[in-house]
Design a protein around this ligand. Structure first.
Ligand SMILES: [Fe+2]
Length: 179
């Protein structure tokens, strides 16, 4: 289940209802899928063949289509990142800068862990959303954020788009952000 870490105060928010209420207040969508639907051998696998990727997408097809129908997503795919990903360090460096998009950024974690760093309302400032398998998040359009891996450096996630062009990153220079 997702956990929140508020950077300015070091406060942590845990428990599904508390996390959902906080994310609601920040206009970030949070939902949960059942990661146990995946066959056990795919729950801890981070290098996937095309066939295995299709199997993961098929496993969550109902969840994906339900979310897509409600929110207007037209296309989706599956991404995997791990130490087996070529140039992972370079890739992460590129990821780790605050940016915005013209459409929302949706990620449904099907295995592993990841973290969104998001600029909240002025009273909150930047906060981290630590995600694990089953967590589904949508960061609204124009909301400054970035995504990175956690210490285990392994993730499999479904990405959903209204149009893939909407996902171009626009850098957001912010003196208020400190790593
Ligand atoms: Fe992004």
């Amino acid at each position: 289940m997702a956990e929140i870490h508020i950077r300015n105060t070091n406060e942590r928010i845990q428990g599904e209802e508390n996390v959902r209420a906080f994310l609601d207040s920040q206009e970030v969508l949070y939902e949960h899928w059942n990661p146990g639907k995946l066959p056990a051998e795919l729950q801890e696998k981070f290098v996937l063949s095309d066939e295995e990727k299709a199997q993961v997408l098929a496993t969550f097809d109902e969840d994906i289509r339900d979310l897509a129908d409600r929110r207007g997503y037209k296309v989706w795919d599956l991404i995997t990142l791990s130490d087996a990903t070529p140039n992972l360090d370079e890739l992460l460096k590129k990821f780790e800068s605050v940016h915005t998009h013209t459409e929302d950024e949706v990620r449904a974690i099907t295995a592993g862990k990841g973290i969104f760093i998001i600029k909240g309302t002025d009273d909150v400032g930047y906060f981290d959303v630590e995600l694990e398998a089953g967590d589904v998040i949508s960061v609204p359009e124009h909301k400054p954020h970035f995504f990175t891996l956690m210490d285990n450096r392994q993730i499999v996630a479904v990405r959903l788009f209204i149009e893939t062009e909407g996902w171009i990153a626009h850098p957001f220079a912010d003196a208020a952000f400190a790593k």
